[in-house]
Design a protein. Structure first.
Ligand code: HEM
Length: 495
């Protein structure tokens, strides 16, 4: 039988459609996860995208509803499960698990050859082991001068302003200055910009919403990341500063690779002092060095600022919390000119409790961090989970748990001070847990101790018309806040 051209073309066109129909049928009736409860829309794999992009809903809000309806393990994608029982968090992100990351999310960032972007446990662990000494508690204590210098600069800028200041951008500028100096010995002077609107701070702020969309459209994502710098700047006005930073970091990498002696001239040890040290193994490729730089920059530029801004808001809502904090700080820091060192701030119980509570109520990385169950399968929440399944859990289900943190919406530092408080520590998962937890947590904690101490010791803070609605955020990988940020007048105190 000879096919006519029309029949041939129709047959050709119908193949992808038939494949899609088969996938749908397979996901519904044959898939190993078919017995797990969940909405039928997950058979299509577009359910999350529909909520994120079309309905503009935060995925964790959807997850909360799904768990209310279907129980504590829900099939949320064709091959994906989400858990809501807090005890599963420490199991899923356990230090003993060597589970890989799921590329569908982590490829979005275009940092494939970095501690953050490597998908396999083996590669990520090898890289983190090299970098770890630079981010240890000891190293952070030794390099706290960097954080203090940038803190002073931010405080000076805040104190000079007659008008109110954008507190989100002020605190993010501080984080950004810290990370570029700490990791690359480059000072970008972010907190010197008028009202803290440094182009890099604005560029970073604009990048997070884009990630929420780009993760679903791979060809588009590749196109965006593949644009030559001049075209990227032309198509997206916010991209300029980011592209310039990328170029600057690439130049630095090339300089150090070509002539490692130049590293002797930096003001402080950088990530390259570790990565280019031959005793740490083969020198990574240029791409890998650049990916690492970008991942540390993105990891370190925003989150600490988000946490300290939100914590400041909560403290200012509650005069008794504010006065207890100020009292403790005044006692530990009597002479304004002589700020206590990090090691002394860390010993202050109320300040520590305020920071923990700020971390608990801040979104940190709000989305579930997807991991792939190894081929032999695993047991989670008493359920056998087939190998290859993507599993994840948003920290929101831990930090907002009524059983662990009664009255979870209330900012209550006292919950970290009671006789049983130390048992709560394992439920503070803002930096995640296990082998892929945050490499920068000691630096982040240093920034938080210093920022909270300085804001509530050096200033009287008065909100400028900020309402709780202004503090709402949407979820990209990181949160992005309502454009009307928290604003406050920061009046320096005399003594
Ligand atoms: C309060 C501030 C911070 C919070 C709440 C935070 C939170 C997190 C979380 C939840 C993860 C796990 C992400 C995942 O598994 O996909 C993570 C990873 C990471 N963070 Fe942070 N972070 C903070 C500050 C920093 C800083 C200052 C740096 C820079 C040194 C940094 C660099 C990184 C890197 C490189 C990773 C990837 C680690 C890995 O995948 O193995 N973070 N962070």
């Amino acid at each position: 039988m000879v096919l006519t051209l029309t029949t041939f073309l129709l047959t050709l066109l119908s193949i992808p459609l038939l494949q899609k129909l088969y996938t749908l049928f397979y996901n519904a009736f044959l898939h190993p996860l078919r017995t797990f409860p969940g909405p039928p829309y997950v058979w299509t794999d577009w359910y999350k995208c529909y909520n994120d992009v079309y309905l503009n809903r935060n995925w964790t809000d959807v997850l909360k509803e799904l768990h209310e309806k279907y129980g504590d393990v829900v099939r949320v994608g064709a091959n994906e499960l989400h858990f809501s029982n807090p005890s599963v968090y420490n199991d899923l992100y356990s230090p003993t698990h060597r589970w890989d990351k799921d590329g569908a999310l982590y490829r979005v960032f275009n940092q494939d050859e970095s501690s953050f972007g490597y998908l396999t446990y083996r590669e990520a662990k090898a890289r983190k082991d090299i970098l770890a000494p630079l981010f240890s508690h000891r190293a952070t204590c030794e390099m706290q001068g960097i954080v203090k210098k940038h803190l002073d600069r931010m405080c000076e800028a805040l104190g000079k302003r007659e008008e109110s200041s954008d507190m989100l951008f002020a605190l993010r500028s501080f984080s950004l200055d810290c990370i570029t100096t700490y990791c690359f010995a480059k000072d970008v002077h972010a907190s010197s910009a008028e009202d803290f609107k440094h182009p890099l701070v604005e560029a970073m702020d604009a990048a997070v919403p884009a990630i929420r969309v780009l993760q679903y459209f791979n060809p588009w994502r590749k196109l965006v990341f593949g644009l030559p710098p001049w075209l990227a700047k032309l198509t997206d006005p916010n991209a300029g500063a980011r592209v310039e930073l990328q170029d600057m970091l690439l130049e630095q990498v090339k300089e150090f690779v070509e002539d490692p002696k130049r590293m002797e001239q930096t003001s402080n040890p950088t990530i390259y002092h570790r990565l280019l040290d031959p005793s740490n193994g083969p020198v990574p490729s240029l791409k890998s060095l650049h990916d690492e730089a970008m991942s540390l920059f993105f990891g370190g530029a925003e989150s600490s600022g988000n946490v300290s801004m939100l914590g400041t808001w909560y403290i200012l809502q509650n005069p008794s919390i504010e006065s207890r904090l100020r009292e403790e700080l005044r006692e530990a820091w009597p002479d304004l000119e002589d700020m206590p060192r990090l090691e002394d701030l860390e010993k202050l119980p109320y300040l520590t409790a305020v920071i923990k509570e700020s971390l608990r109520l801040s979104p940190s990385v709000p989305v579930p961090l997807p991991r792939v169950v190894p081929p032999q399968g695993a047991t989670l929440s008493n359920h056998p989970i087939p190998g290859g399944t993507i599993v994840g859990m948003s920290l929101r289900f831990v930090h907002q748990s009524e059983e662990i943190f009664p009255d979870p919406q209330t900012f209550n530092p006292d919950r970290w001070l009671g006789p049983d408080a130390s048992s709560l520590n394992k439920w503070l998962v803002a930096f995640s847990k296990g082998p892929t937890n945050c490499i920068g947590q000691n630096l982040a904690m240093c920034e938080l101790y210093m920022a909270f101490a300085a804001l509530f010791r050096r200033f009287e803070l008065v909100l400028d018309g900020t309402r709780s609605e202004d503090l709402t955020y949407s979820e990209g990988f990181l949160p992005f806040f309502n454009p009307r940020h928290m604003r406050a007048f920061c009046r320096p105190v005399e003594a």
